[in-house]
Design a protein around this ligand. Structure first.
Ligand code: PMP
Length: 450
């Protein structure tokens, strides 16, 4: 047998041209295209990536909406190294270790009041499925096991596992995998074609949330366990809710004893200038899911914050033995927990959320400066996130935005595209001049893509 070829990251980058690309089946990727035209990232620092061939790229997407404190942060790297050397792994099933409790306490401190019971996962997808199961366990513990229905939303994205896929509303995610969790229904998404180029929240539109009342009447309130929404839908193109919408969902769910779940995998950790979107909108759910920014993207970790009512009902209301029959080998992993503690410390020490809040107006102006670029049919923004929607090419949906993605990368800017929508969500340490650089580059790219 051949000896395993072990090289350092630096050596691998130097020899990147010799890499065998066939074995890694890449996620959410056109593998055939990528492997014919590979773009390999070698390193990252603060606001920039650098490719294996030395091309420097301004990160307009915080990686995948996760590197909120910027890349290559020394305190996080040091915490990871120290944790790995001290306690590489420890079970949290019937045992524990201090760092997991410390991480939960640090995270609870920035959650909305009362949402301070923390369950750890490894990703946003796991957080979504955990939240849904938590809701079912809550009703079961209350003797209301007939509450099994879950209500999601069209154009919602809650990851790729079965629960999240089922409550999610992305056709490609659902139709190709056919089998779904049973008993799921969907609200309409919040993006009305009537409102274009809206800055921040859309005007009040009470009717949209009232649709929940109709679903409740249709299915019977006694059968509905939970409603799950992203406060601002991210992955499907930055859909900012109308004013009053989330509060109306809160009122209706409370009226019927239905739990409200906010998926804050994108909106958590300062994306809107506040620790959570719940705080930004002044609406507190019963369960709140997170991932990504929790460790600044450095190592995988997700979390679910539950209200004391949800936690206490499950923990005190279940028969003797394990109360919540759920968890992951890596729940509260010592290395990830250390990364989370260091990351939350960085956010606080550097006032990163307040910095983001202070730039939101500059961001909004810069985003809307693209209004007259060719093929731009809508621009949406909130906090430090923006969606720029392009007119699709005839017969080739997504092609125009994908061309923009490649052109932008070559011009030194990383953007994210879904269908014909460009999403921008930079690390929150971005400067005013980098915001202008970002939208200036994008304007040029849109002119070339015309
Ligand atoms: N929920 C939301 C709102 C997300 O945006 C994402 C990822 N973009 C997920 C869940 C899934 O997270 P992960 O990819 O970490 O599983």
């Amino acid at each position: 047998t051949a000896k395993l070829d072990i090289r350092t990251p630096e050596e691998l980058v130097a020899a990147a041209g010799d890499l065998d690309l066939s074995h890694f089946w890449m996620p959410f990727t056109n593998n055939r295209f990528f492997k014919a035209n590979p773009r390999l990232l070698a390193s990252a620092k603060d606001m920039h990536y650098e490719t294996t061939d030395g091309h420097k790229v301004l990160d307009g997407t915080a990686g995948l909406w996760c590197v909120n404190a910027g890349h290559g942060r020394a305190p996080v790297a040091a915490a990871i190294a120290a944790a790995a050397q001290t306690l590489d792994f420890a079970p949290t099933f019937q045992l524990g270790h201090p760092m997991a409790f410390k991480a939960a306490t640090a995270l609870a401190a920035i959650m909305p009041a009362g949402l301070d019971r923390i369950f750890f996962t490894d990703s946003g997808s796991e957080s979504a499925d955990t939240a849904l199961k938590m809701a079912l366990a809550y009703h079961h513990a209350r003797g209301e096991a007939q509450r099994f229905r879950l209500i999601g939303r069209q154009r919602g994205y809650h990851g790729t596992n079965f629960g999240g896929m089922s409550v999610g509303g992305i056709g490609g995610n659902r139709r190709r995998h056919v089998s779904q969790v049973w008993g799921v229904d969907h609200l309409a998404h919040t993006h009305g074609d009537a409102v274009r180029f809206q800055r921040g929240m859309q005007p009040s539109n009470g009717n949209l949330a009232d649709e929940l009342e109709e679903l409740v009447q249709l299915h019977g309130p006694e059968t509905i366990a939970a409603v799950i929404v992203e406060p601002v839908a991210g992955s499907t193109g930055v859909l900012v809710p109308p004013q009053g919408y989330l509060q109306r969902l809160r009122d209706i769910t409370r009226k019927y004893g239905i739990l409200l779940i906010f998926d804050e995998v994108i909106t958590g950790f300062g994306r809107l200038g506040t620790p959570t979107a719940a705080e930004y909108f002044g609406v507190t759910p019963d369960i709140l899911t997170m991932a990504k920014g929790l460790t600044n993207g450095s190592v995988p970790m997700g979390a679910v914050a539950a209200s004391r009512e949800v936690h206490d009902t499950v923990v005190n209301g279940s028969p003797a033995g394990i109360e919540f029959f759920h968890g992951y080998t890596y729940s509260g992993h010592p290395v990830a927990a250390a990364a989370a503690v260091a990351t939350l410390g960085l956010y606080a020490d550097e006032g990163i959320f307040a910095h983001a809040a202070g730039l939101a107006k500059v961001w909004e102006e810069a985003a809307h400066s693209l209004r007259d670029c060719p093929n731009v049919i809508d621009i949406r923004n909130i906090g430090l996130v923006a969606g720029i929607e392009l007119a699709a090419r005839d017969g080739a949906p997504g092609a125009r935005a994908m061309e923009a993605f490649h052109r932008a990368f070559d011009a030194g800017l990383l953007i994210r595209v879904t269908a014909d929508i460009i999403a921008l969500s930079p690390p929150l340490i971005v400067s005013e001049s980098q915001i202008h650089e970002m939208f200036g580059k994008l304007a040029e790219v849109l002119r070339q893509t015309a």
